[in-house]
Design a protein around this ligand. Sequence first.
Ligand code: ADP
Length: 586
Amino acid sequence: MRLLSLPPKLRLAPFWPALAAVATATVLLWSLLPSLLQRTAAVQLFDMLDLLAPIARDRLADPKTNLESWAEQLGADSGVRITLIRRDGVVLADSSVEPEHVRDMQNHRNRPEVRAAFASGRGTNVRKSATTGNTYVYVARTLSGPGGDVMILRLAEPLEQLDALKTRLAAAMGLAILAAGIAILFTSLWLDRRLFEPVSRLIGGAQDLARGRVSRVAVPDEEELAALALALNRLAATSEQQLDAISRERDNLQEILASMSEGVLVVDRDGRAQMINPAFYQLFDLVGDFTGRPALEIIRHPGFARLIEDTLRKRQTQSSQIVLPSPERRTLLLTSAVLSGGERGAVVAARDTTELTRVADMRRDFVANVSHELKTPLAAIRGYAETLRDGALDEPPTARRFTERILSQCRRLQELLDDLLILSRLEGMDAALDREPVDLDAVARRAVELLTPAAREKRVEIELQEEEVPAVQGDAGNLERLLLNLLDNAIKYNRPDGRITVRVGRDGGEALLEVSDTGIGIPAESIPRIFERFYRVDKGRAREEGGTGLGLAIVKHIAQAHGGQVDVESRMGRGATFRVRLPLAG
Ligand code: ADP
């Protein structure tokens, strides 16, 4: 039933106890009613007894009176049983007994009401009559009979009448209770619909709000409840807006953190991970969910532990660089900051600086190498110049020799600076390179032509093998420089009566430039480093040959700037073959 399904506390609490009280009172009254009715009946009977007493006295005084028929008549008129008893207990007359049977009646001396009347003038009793078999209320009083003899006049009223009254009363009371119950039930239903149901809906809405679930409640008709419902709905709307704003902010934050290349870890005051972004997982090669775990257990690195501990203890921003040895050596820059002055823990940002560190190292090495390369010729020039100043000028042959050497060192310096300039231009111009169709055959012919005198001087022969090659898209000047550098090396590191073969051809979809020589070759361990700046296999020989150590670095740069690549094949003493592959135009 709908009524029962509602919260019991809201049932019409004061009504039901009231109904129970009424019912209790009814039961109480019901149990007290018999004695009450009997007492009332006794009082009425006594009144009637007192009225009849003088009449009975007169009748008794008159010897002609037939006591039996008088009693019978009076009983019929009054509706009560009338008994006249002599002092010795013999019944003289009884209205409910036939006159001829009166003499057979028991002696009534010991009847309680009779005994009481003899003792105190009046007596009453309720019991089943041995004579008639009915239950009666008896009242009796003394009466002075003829000759001053004391007699007893007794009235009795059967209790059936009282029982009927009692039944009617009970029916009325039951009906009243039933009516009250039904009234309460209907009032309850009505109140339920008007009050309790809306109230329970309001309570439900408020509980939803408390649990963080936003819902709207129906607005009841009742004015006060309607105001409460509207206030609740307004509160729900505000909460909804705030929740929306919070979840939007959280989503934004998540997206920002997820898209960051920097790893981010947020720890609480105890150093437990609260939030870890994907980049952090990646940087530290973490698999699984580490939220809630102590940060020092997640990353077991002394530098990382120190950073976290210092940040939380000193409540200050910290920064440090750590090196992770595996799976591949990486350098990470860690920066930490405290949240709410350290109250809410700290945030650590990790950035992979391996590449930056490598570039910085390269730059440092490069500067050191350049300085070193410049130092040697400058020291030589200075030495020759000082020797000249200190007297060698006066010795013309020595002076000429020294001047020649100064000039040669200056040329060396010039070449070095030229190569450096070319390299630095190439580094910044991958995109800005001139792009035009270049005929590689023509480039090769010109390069061979340019270097033939130098080759002849070294007794080295150059052979050019040309195939029909479509043009490549590129910068003719730089491609010529590439070929000149390779040819220059092939001459420099050749042996007397050696050969150089320059081949221009195709290899699949690419143009191929090949320069092979019969020179000293390159040791296997040097091959991977041969294209590095300033790398030389044999420093003495290279210097002697006037190399800068930048020639092959320039070759590699030019090939790459054209979308191509260069490789080398060589064995010690068996010459070397350099191959440059370039994409064909179109
Ligand atoms: P360098 O100016 O010293 O020649 P490069 O960059 O052109 O500098 O060459 C780097 C080093 O590679 C040289 O010092 C040399 O040892 C070696 N090398 C280059 N080309 C050849 C070659 N054709 N045969 C043997 N070694 C070579």
